[in-house]
Write a protein that binds this ligand. Structure first.
Ligand code: G3I
Length: 634
């Protein structure tokens, strides 16, 4: 149980500026008056205020590459791990025998014309850690030639070898780390119809032998880092993480530490070492890291970390920054910030481009309830606090996201009594908005309330389940009371075309307006694909929202390119055209206030494989960036 030491509400400003505590009356109640036509909100959080134990503390600069602002961290070492229920369900499934294959087929496929492939002679398997697992997969097809196959995911150290007779063998040595039930899935693909597939699970139950010392001690390794490009003279940090399948924690050494570099074991996360250096010459850098087994120190592995350093000139944007072009048109231009970007090797260039191009920022993940309030009464504010500090330094507005969402909820909310949920929702809004109300004046209060068919999301929302649709009214009213001059949004996806979902949203807005529920703007998320072409429908939807007296924020714009590998020039152009047209439509509509991208670089996009953002993985601007510039400048 966390110690609760401080009572009374304290705003973030108060925490930053203790000297003004008395002047601004920190610690006193700061609730706004309830206007007569509003339902009285639940009074204040019912839990004690987070105490000093929840307040972030300053982090050692050697652990991050923030430039110009201080990074704070959580005050505790690690969260207490909640006790997991024993995996009875998994065990029952194991005992029930080999799972039935899952067959998938293309839409409209005539199942009588071609039967699905299948596997013969498979069974669930029970092994001891240290044993070698060997399973032969032999797909057959009663009416076709030999099916193809692939494993969905190989466990670390596992191989899937071709026997060159139509079969393949999965070979793997599970170790201490693997104890439990592994679901290994192989997909067989029909030779004539590639859309016809049979997905077969095999369950492998791994237990510890009576004498664990019989398990071989394997060499440790380094968790793989992705490729990075950084800017010369920027600080670079690498969080290097040792791994050992025996379940122990290896130690790391850098035998040839570059001059000026620091290399520290993370003070709180034993398995992580932080290397910080500032490369002063462009080029490809490589660095050897020695990973040493903690049980047998003579057992080591050498792993190479490499990264590219480019001259500063290669990151300079050409043309005016997007935010300047936007400002000329009264439009804010923004991005969603990767959580803890200052702990990524390329965090400094990430921050530099963010500061150059954008004047509004949304935390991509750090304000989600599972992250900021993972246990009842316990808060992790450091991610959002740091972002607020970064935003202040660069004169950026912060867009709070999301207060009430049906997804990314902590387990304790999922398991809470229905009767308590209204209180939990209201506590959360109070805590988060209360803390940041002086720094954040635009909020996604309700996120994604509408289902695809235009009805309100019901069965999958813990909030709807507890309060029916009134959860929306309650959240909006409470938000207005806490931050009377903030812009309050409902943020929704798949509303950039005509259809039941957009109609459902409008029905909701009309109902809220009829009941005087505060609402200032609609957030159009817009996670699009480059095949998107419903531009006229988008214009109409914007006009419909504007006619209801609401502003429009494009809150999460990205344009994915489907297909594998690096996009072609033609694909990049298609993507750029979508960005251009969206910007154009926003410019035409005076109620459209902001164009906010869901990230900066493909490197960290949540749809990274689809390269959806205006900068590529090496922070080079793409045609999409130019298209935005041109549209805003026109
Ligand atoms: O940070 C953990 C890491 O420690 C762990 O090893 C890894 C294993 O899965 O997960 C990491 O967390 C992931 C996190 O993104 C950071 O990458 C979560 O699993 C993953 O669920 C989370 O996804 C985010 C998603 O919302 C759910 O919160 C995406 O980054 C984020 O872009 C996406 O954003 C949403 C908006 O909030 C609402 N609109 C739709 C949009 C896209 O889904």
């Amino acid at each position: 149980m966390l110690q609760q030491t401080v009572s009374g509400r304290r705003s973030f400003l108060c925490l930053l500026l203790p000297a003004v505590l008395l002047l601004v009356g920190c610690g006193s109640s700061d609730e706004a008056d309830t206007s007569p036509d509003q339902e009285a909100p639940p009074s204040g959080p019912s839990t004690q205020d987070p105490g000093a134990d929840d307040e972030p503390v300053r982090e050692l600069p050697a652990l991050n590459n923030a430039v110009g602002f201080d990074v704070f961290r959580e005050p505790h070492a690690r969260l207490p791990v909640p006790e997991l229920p024993s995996d009875t369900a998994g065990q029952m499934e194991f005992d029930a025998g080999l799972p039935e294959p899952v067959i998938s087929m293309p839409a409209g496929f005539d199942a009588d014309s071609n039967s699905a492939p299948f596997f013969r002679n498979l069974a669930n398997l029970e092994v001891l850690a240290g044993d070698i697992v060997s399973i032969r997969f032999e797909p057959e097809d009663l009416d076709g030639s030999l099916p193809g196959m692939f494993p969905q995911k190989l466990p670390l150290g596992g191989t899937f070898e071709d026997n060159f007779d139509g079969s393949k063998t999965f070979v793997w040595q599970p170790l201490q780390e693997d104890v439990g039930i592994l679901r290994f899935t192989v997909v067989a693909v029909d030779s004539e119809e590639p859309g016809l597939k049979a997905s077969q699970d095999v369950l492998i139950r791994i237990t510890l032998p009576d004498d664990p010392s019989t398990i071989p001690n394997v060499a440790p390794m380094l968790e793989t880092l992705r490729d990075f490009t950084v800017r010369v003279n920027d600080p670079v940090v690498f969080e290097l993480k040792g791994q050992d399948l025996n379940g122990t924690i290896p130690t790391l050494e850098v035998p040839l530490l570059p001059p000026g570099a620091s290399f520290l074991q993370h003070p709180r996360l034993e398995e992580i070492y932080v290397l910080k250096l500032t490369p002063t010459v462009p080029g490809i850098y490589t660095l050897d890291v020695l990973v040493r087994d903690s049980v047998d120190p003579s057992l080591t592995a050498t792993e190479t970390v490499s990264f590219t350093v480019l001259d500063a000139g290669q990151f300079e944007g050409s043309g005016a920054p997007l935010k300047d072009l936007g400002q000329n048109r009264d439009l804010e231009i923004g991005f969603a910030a990767l959580q803890s970007f200052y702990h990524q090797p390329d965090g400094a260039i990430y921050a530099a481009i963010a500061a150059r191009e954008f004047n509004i920022v949304t935390p991509e993940n750090s304000m989600k309830m599972n992250i900021i309030n993972p246990l009842p009464g316990h808060f992790e504010f450091s991610g959002t606090d740091n972002l607020v500090r970064f935003a202040k330094l660069h004169d950026m507005r912060v867009h709070g996201h999301p207060l009430v969402w049906y997804r990314l909820l902590p387990e304790w909310i999922m398991q809470s009594d229905i009767a308590d949920r209204e209180r939990h929702m209201s506590d959360f809004i109070e805590r988060i908005m209360g803390r940041y109300k002086d720094e954040i004046d635009v909020w996604d209060v309700v996120n994604e309330p509408i289902a695809d068919n235009g009805e309100l999301r019901q069965a999958d929302s813990v909030w709807y389940e507890a309060m029916g649709e009134s959860y929306i009214d309650k959240a909006m009213r409470q938000a207005r009371l806490i931050a009377p001059s903030a812009t309050l949004l409902i943020n929704e996806f798949d509303i950039s075309m005509a259809g039941p979902k957009f109609n459902g949203l409008i029905r909701l807005v009309e109902r809220l307006q009829a009941s005087n529920v505060p609402l200032d703007a609609i957030g159009f998320q817009m996670h699009l694909f480059s095949s998107y072409s419903s531009f006229e429908e988008l214009r109409t939807n914007f006009a419909t929202v504007a006619a209801l007296g609401l502003d429009i924020y494009i809150t999460e714009l990205d344009v994915s390119i489907s297909g594998e590998g690096s996009p072609s020039a033609a694909e990049l152009q298609l993507q750029a055209d979508v960005y251009r047209q969206i910007a154009q439509i926003c410019i035409e509509q005076t109620r459209c206030k902001a164009i906010q991208m869901w990230g900066i670089t493909d490197q960290y996009s949540f749809r990274s494989n689809f390269n959806p953002l205006p900068f590529d993985r090496a922070y080079q601007s793409k045609p999409a960036f130019k298209a935005l510039q041109e549209a805003l400048a026109k």
